[in-house]
Each structure stands twice: as C-alpha cells, then as structure tokens.
Design a protein around this ligand. Structure first.
Ligand SMILES: C[S@@+](CC[C@H](N)C(=O)[O-])C[C@H]1O[C@@H](n2cnc3c(N)ncnc32)[C@H](O)[C@@H]1O
Length: 255
C-alpha cells in the first residue's frame, strides 16, 4: 500500500510489518512514483499517442531523448532496428542523422503494411532509411542486414520487434556481432518484467521478456556489459532515476 499526502509532501509505503516514509524530494519517492506512472502509462496506452515528423512512434519520449544523446555523442554510421511498425522510430533516427549530416537507418519488420511502407517511402527523410521485410532472426534477413554494412561502419542496434525471451535472445545472438566496440545493442522494453498483472500483460512476462533474454545473453558474452548510457548533462539533485521503458536493456560492447 502506498499513501501520498500532498500537504506534508510525504509518501508512506506499507508492506506487511515494514513501513517506510519518504519526502517527495527523496529519489526513492521519485523511483516509486515513476514506476507506478510507467505502469499506468502502459495500461492507458499513453505510449500510443506520439508521432515524430508525422509518423506514429511507439516509445516513451524520455527514452527517445536518451537515444538522441547517444546518437549525438557517438555519431554512429548506421542504426539497425528490428520492429518498424509505422516507421516513427526509423524517422526519429533519420532526423537526427539528417541534422548531423551523416548516418543511415536499416529497419527490419516481419510485415511492413502497405500504407506504412508507402508513408515511409514518401517521407522526406526516406533517403536515410532502408527497409527489409522478413523475420528478424531468419538467416537470410540477418545476412541482408550484414551485407548492407560497409567496412568500418560504426553500428548501434535497437531490438524492438517480438519481445519474447526466445526471440530477443535469438536477435541478440544474431545482431550483437554487428555492434561496434563502444556502441550498444538495446533489447528494448525490459519493462515487461514489471508489468505482470496489468490488463494488457501475459502471466509469463515475469520471465518471458527482453530483460531476461539480455541477462542470459550477458552471461555468455563478456564482450558486452549492462550499461545505461551515462548522462551528458545532469544538474539534478542526485535523482539518478531513469524514467524508462527500457530498464536493463542497454548492452554496451566493451571489446
Ligand atoms: C513495437 S512495434 C515497433 C515499434 C517501432 N519500433 C516504433 O518505435 O514505433 C513491433 C513491430 O515488430 C514487428 N515484428 C514482430 N515480430 C517480428 C519478427 N519476428 N521479425 C521482425 N519484426 C517483427 C511487428 O510487425 C511490429 O511492427
């Protein structure tokens, strides 16, 4: 049970015998609030309300801000993303590349619906986007992606297609070798582990999720570590809480 008293600005958490009280400026209060907010955002489909340069993008804006920070800091040559849907995230990466003057985006989806394909292909930023239709873990699709890379391309990968444990693990194995040292492969939507019991969740999400797949992958791939991008600006009062759909999702290639 969580109680919030706006007058005293105090949060009380009761869990059986355990009672904890924080003021609202305590980062722990922010952490609890943001995790509740995240759950409510999921349940109300808040994430399905945004567009980027005209295309629907199914992401939390906070996560996209962090992605922008990484793309600006690292200036990769190529973003690979599995899971295109309406194309909003591809257009997001492409818009940052356009502003920086270089970079291209390779998007893979098992089904690119004709109206989405048309809108993406007609988009002003399409010159920076390449589409591949097929199962992201099919050998032929992975080979197609690999063949589009040039020697010395700096590559970052976002996995945002099928979020089951088996699929994400297979994607991690297939796409991790393409990631440049110092760059990332992001097994998005690690939040699923925290959404069990929510109306739009499945009962097995506690283990059948990208977070768990990332953990398994890390255990046998010492060339990667779990590392959220460090903040490029932080004048907060030590509130080192990330409001994110992607907890435990950023895997950095260290060698
Ligand atoms: C969550 S949506 C992607 C959202 C998009 N990245 C964005 O930010 O707007 C997931 C997409 O993954 C695609 N998908 C599902 N299974 C797939 C698979 N095995 N291979 C490739 N794409 C897949 C679906 O067709 C769907 O378009």
């Amino acid at each position: 049970m969580i109680e919030i008293d706006p007058k005293t600005r105090r949060m009380t958490i009761r869990d059986g015998e355990r009672v904890e009280t924080f003021t609202l400026e305590d980062p722990r209060a922010f952490e609890v609030l943001s995790s509740l907010w995240m759950r409510s955002a999921w349940e109300t489909k808040y994430l399905y309300t945004f567009t980027w340069f005209g295309r629907p993008i199914i992401q939390l804006p906070d996560d996209m801000f962090r992605v922008q920070e990484v793309l600006y800091a690292q200036r990769p040559d190529v973003v690979i993303e599995t899971g295109v849907a309406h194309g909003g995230s591809l257009v997001f990466y492409a818009s940052i590349f356009e502003a920086m003057g270089s970079g291209r985006v390779i998007g893979v989806d098992i089904e690119i619906r004709p109206h989405n394909r048309k809108a993406i292909e007609e988009h002003p930023l399409f010159s920076r986007i390449e589409l591949i239709e097929g199962n992201a873990i099919a050998e032929s699709v992975v080979a197609d992606v690999r063949n589009r890379l040039r020697p010395n391309d700096r590559v970052i990968v976002f996995l945002d297609s099928n979020h089951s444990y088996d699929h994400v693990l297979a994607e991690l194995e297939a796409y991790a070798p393409l990631v440049s040292v110092g760059s990332y492969i992001v097994a998005t939507d690690g939040i699923m582990k925290d959404l069990v019991g929510s109306p739009r969740s499945q009962s097995d999400w506690g283990t059948n999720n990208p977070f768990q797949a990332a953990q398994t992958f890390l255990a046998s791939h010492p060339e990667f570590v779990l590392a959220e991008p460090s903040r490029t600006f932080d004048e907060s009062d030590g509130a080192n809480v990330n409001v994110t759909q992607w907890p435990g999702s950023w895997l950095k290639r260290v060698h």
